[in-house]
Design a protein around this ligand. Structure first.
Ligand SMILES: Cc1ncc(COP(=O)(O)O)c(C=O)c1O
Length: 338
């Protein structure tokens, strides 16, 4: 019963099979291989637009490199105060951009609000040298509270950002889970809603380590700049084909969305077990994460029964389901709490 994180899950067997198949012979290095070409074309089909893409191994590298393209050393990125880039990345966005800071705003359920961003942007004076203006806005989809932004919310935030000359980034470490909940297309919730750069995570979905940085529209022309940054950062795997092969295995057949749907369904089941047993949820369950408040003895019973989860800084307990979570584990939680 490992609900500590979706990164505790094994690789999906299709990913392992793809790695084995890619291991048959030698192939060109640094992304000049067939798998990388194929996945680039596939992503363009999936997102229904021409795009540029590169790959890294962690979500932190993906976010920080993406932001380094749109937030200069003298600028700022607007994000939620609980955003992974703000709370969990040890300053990587500032490090990779050479000094660009994060401007963290509040908002219920870890979501940026139109009003909050509007107020922040209205208060800034780009021509005043003694203040650090925002050049970018970043939102997470699924976000850190396991909640989604609706299409209208993404569009409104992006329109506001663009109207003030900012570029937009989406931390899509769990984009598959958000898509499974929203029921919209990858295109609708990203570039069609105004996202310029997407960090698309596949590691939490079922890969061993495959995170894409996708540049939409005019940003696609900046691929060489991004590649130079990726190289300098030490995030250019020589055997790139093994990263691309993992991504292909998940994307080619729509498997990533099937796996995300399963993880989301398990989270819904878990949430319903908790509420039936007297727990209260801190956030709506819109993906594969459940934040719940139970009685202290209930936590102890769960731990004694073998359940792993984190107590969050705000005092709630975070349970994360994944592609491999068996329905039996949810039943086991039910019987422990009953
Ligand atoms: C919202 C979000 N973004 C990005 C990441 C990626 O982090 P990592 O560098 O551990 O792959 C995570 C991991 O938990 C996350 O929750």
């Amino acid at each position: 019963m490992n609900f500590a994180s979706d990164t505790t899950a094994p690789m999906h067997p299709a990913v392992l099979a793809a790695l084995t198949a890619a291991n048959e012979a030698s192939a060109p290095s640094y992304g000049a291989d067939d798998w990388t070409d194929k996945v680039r074309a596939l992503l363009s089909d999936i997102f229904e637009t021409p795009l540029a893409v590169t790959w890294v191994n962690s979500g932190t590298a993906s976010n920080a490199l993406a932001l380094s393209l749109i937030c200069p050393p003298t600028g700022a990125t607007i994000c939620h105060e609980n955003a992974h880039i703000n709370r969990d990345e040890r300053g990587a966005p500032a490090f990779f951009s050479g000094g660009g800071i994060l401007r963290a705003l509040d908002g219920a359920h870890d979501k940026l609000t139109r009003q909050g961003v509007e107020k922040e942007l209205a208060a800034q004076d780009r021509d005043f040298v003694h203040e650090t203006p925002a050049d970018a806005l970043s939102l997470s989809q699924l976000n850190e509270a396991g909640v989604t932004y609706s299409l209208d919310e993404v569009s409104a935030l992006c329109a506001l950002a663009h109207a003030h000359g900012l570029k937009t980034h989406m931390d899509g470490a769990r984009l598959g889970n958000a898509l499974a909940f929203l029921g919209c297309t990858p295109a609708q919730v990203t570039w069609q809603a105004g996202i310029d750069i997407l960090s698309l995570g596949l590691t939490k979905t079922g890969a061993g380590g495959a995170e894409a940085i996708i540049l939409f529209g005019d940003e696609a022309a900046r691929l060489n700049d991004l590649e130079a940054r990726r190289k300098r950062a030490g995030h250019m795997p020589p055997k790139q084909r093994f990263v691309s092969a993992q991504a292909l295995a998940l994307l080619e057949t729509g498997l990533w969305l099937d796996l995300a749907r399963h993880a989301n369904a398990m989270a819904q089941e878990l949430a319903s077990v908790f509420t039936t047993c007297g727990g209260t949820l801190d956030h709506p369950v819109e993906g594969n994460e459940v934040f719940v408040r139970l009685q202290k003895p209930q936590y102890e019973t769960l731990r004694a029964g073998g359940a792993q989860f984190y107590i969050w800084p705000d005092g709630s307990a975070r349970f994360v389901t994944n592609w491999a979570t068996p329905p039996d584990e949810i039943k086991a939680v039910r019987s422990l709490l009953s």
